[in-house]
Write a protein that binds this ligand. Structure first.
Ligand code: AMP
Length: 630
């Protein structure tokens, strides 16, 4: 079926053809002929991504009288982002309609500019409920001439508490207008609106309720709750070209995850309701322009957002209900493209996966969180691919080449390739070589540590040396050149401590004894403890050194991460506050890249694929707003 066959007029046809729409989507096939031809109310159950904006936008435009400057249609949407998006879509569809104008009215932006637009006369207003009421109260907007009211994402508007606002607005509109309601779900409240404000509405459902796209793959990773963030970073590292949305449950969690990612050098930012409108605009602008690879968002903030070619939707936490899962994952696999929906779950979430599978009638694939080697391999080939495709600036580089060729003339092609690749590979290999397995393995001590065989150590350092659980964990892992997660079940006593590690790392720790490592001038000594954790402090009562150690207390030499002057392990010194949570630390724009950099060339575009060209990534993001065109 073509747009022509369903009766789209020539001006609109020309515009949609230019937009690359070849044929109407299923919902458009139903709405366009129906709404263009007869006056009717409508309730349409449709997800975003089904082409629903055009499904109401095109018939609405075909019914607008462009010679009449009065407001003829009102579109209500829950968020400013959606408002702006709908307005842009309507502007695109109406490109060839002479005398037509449409404007967006939403809170958080200056009202005077919006008032000016309205006063110029617009046939279509796209609005969020709160700002619209404000404009009605100021008598800037009158809805008395409105012929169509379109409620987009009606369920979400009600979820967001706009119920009373909708009642107020709908009462302001003429009784003989037509109301078209679009909703992804049909809760009782939406039904109530349909009953109270519509007359014999036609009902349209496209696809089954909650049915996800076919070209969408659903994957889950099972981890311990505390490993959620590490798993997210692993996933991001495993997909270097990711362009995705990470959904969190709360605003605080969203900000926390985004801050973590930014700090760890990823191209990410947060989108949630606690940000100002200009901050949200700024983030969205960067995401749309692909200056950001990962948008960390709440359900509400990202609802209805249409960004092309999102490759992954990551459920950092599963949503409370299945409907929200469909909303989230509807951000990817749009317009026939494929996409991947990922859920990072803990054992208690497994029943939820079953619920989603049952309702979606789709199976999840359980995948293992990529291990260090998997990530290295993926990143390595991504690097090779980039090298292959890199743009060579022949003219600019030409004058340097003779000296470079001279310097490298002894090396064969194979040697050269090996060295170029190693320049990056060594860095991430070093970072990932001891990365812990994040998958939950049956029979492990607490489910997170490899095969479950662990060894408990005694070390002659404790609270008197200024250690607490975390600092001892950092110190021991650093000294043993292991990931901090390899030191667990730490028990810090006043003058000595215990910790556990996987048995395969026993030599790493025992090796410390022979290295004469000192802390505050005292040699560190480790022993394998023969009791298990449950026995707690009782396990080493025979240790005689405890009493001798009073002199360390209050010496000011407590372990503070960076202050490791006396620590002389001869390599791999502790780097103070640097977080080593697994996943290599990505080079961040403007931070000069890794400290091991030898060449002086910026590593900004190096391995890891950060495409963040925006210098304000990282901590400065909140300082430079206000330039958004929205
Ligand atoms: P929506 O459900 O309105 O958010 O639309 C989802 C995406 O599909 C948007 O990027 C639209 O531009 C696109 N789209 C809408 N209708 C069509 C169509 N008939 N053919 C191709 N793409 C479409």
């Amino acid at each position: 079926m073509t747009f022509q066959e369903i009766g789209l007029n020539a001006d609109l046809l020309k515009a949609v053809t230019e937009l690359g729409f070849e044929s109407p989507t299923p919902i458009q096939q139903q709405t366009i002929p129906l709404l263009s031809a007869q006056k009717t109310d409508l309730v349409a159950l449709a997800q975003t991504g089904t082409g629903k904006t055009a499904a109401f936008g095109l018939p609405m435009l075909s019914l607008i009288n462009c010679d009449d400057k009065n407001t003829q249609a009102l579109i209500l949407a829950p968020t400013r982002e959606l408002c702006v998006q709908i307005t842009n879509d309507i502007k695109n569809y109406s490109k060839y309609l002479k005398g037509f104008s449409c404007t967006a009215i939403y809170g958080g932006a200056r009202i005077d500019g919006q008032i000016k637009e309205i006063k110029r006369g617009v046939q279509v207003i796209v609005a969020t409920p709160g700002r619209l009421i404000d404009m009605i109260e100021r008598r800037v907007i009158s809805l008395k001439t409105v012929k169509f009211v379109i409620l987009d994402e009606a369920d979400e508007m009600l979820n967001m508490g706009f119920k009373d606002d909708l009642d107020i607005i709908l009462k302001e509109t003429p009784a003989d207008k037509n109301t078209w309601l679009f909703s992804a779900t049909m809760p009782r409240e939406v039904d109530r609106i349909a009953k109270n404000y519509m007359t014999n509405p036609k009902e349209i459902t496209t696809g089954k309720k909650n049915e996800g796209a076919d070209n969408l793959e659903h994957i889950y990773y099972l981890v311990q709750g505390r490993d959620r963030y590490l798993a997210l970073k692993r996933i991001a590292d495993y997909y270097p070209e990711i362009f995705g949305i990470v959904f969190c449950r709360t605003k605080a969690e969203t900000q926390e995850v985004a801050d973590g990612l930014i700090k760890d050098g990823y191209s990410a930012d947060a989108l949630h309701g606690d940000l100002s409108q200009s901050q949200r605009d700024f983030v969205m602008k960067r995401f749309r322009s692909r200056s950001l690879q990962m948008l960390v968002a709440t359900d509400v903030a990202a609802r209805g957002i249409d960004v092309n070619d999102v490759t992954h939707v990551i459920n950092y936490n599963l949503p409370e209900d299945v409907e929200n899962y469909t909303h989230r994952t509807g951000r990817t696999a749009r317009a026939g493209k494929s996409g991947i929906a990922i859920a990072i779950i803990t054992p208690k979430d497994t029943s939820k996966i079953k619920d989603i599978e049952r309702i979606l009638k789709k199976q999840f694939v359980k995948k293992d969180v990529p291990n260090g080697l998997d990530v290295c391999e993926k990143q390595l080939f991504n690097l090779v691919h980039k090298l292959h495709n890199v743009e060579v600036k022949d003219v600019e580089i030409e004058s340097f080449l003779p000296a470079i060729y001279e310097e490298l003339k002894d090396l064969s092609k194979e040697e050269l390739i090996k060295r170029f690749i190693s320049e990056e590979f060594n860095r991430f290999h070093e970072y990932y070589q001891n990365a812990p397995d994040l998958n939950i393995v049956k029979g492990s001590v607490d489910g997170a540590f490899g095969n479950g065989r662990t060894t408990r150590f005694f070390v002659n350092m404790g609270q008197m040396d200024g250690f607490n659980i975390n600092s001892l964990k950092d110190f021991m892992s650093d000294t043993a050149k292991l990931h901090p997660r390899m030191v667990f079940n730490v028990d810090v006593k006043s003058s000595f401590s215990f910790f556990e590690t996987e048995s395969k790392f026993v030599d790493n720790f025992m090796g410390i004894n022979s290295q004469d490592v000192e802390f505050n001038g005292r040699k560190i000594s480790l022993e394998v403890s023969n009791r298990k954790m449950k026995d707690g402090g009782g396990e080493r009562k025979s240790y005689s050194g405890g009493g001798e150690r009073k002199s360390y207390g209050g010496s000011g030499g407590g372990y503070k991460g960076g202050e490791r002057k006396s620590y002389g392990s001869g390599g791999g010194g502790y780097k103070g506050g640097e977080k080593r949570e697994g996943g290599f630390k990505r080079p961040r724009t403007g931070d000069g890249g890794s400290s091991s950099e030898k060449s002086g060339f910026s590593r900004e575009k190096s391995f890891g694929g950060s495409r963040d060209k925006d210098k304000s990534a990282g901590g400065e993001k909140k300082k430079s707003f206000g330039k958004s065109k929205f």
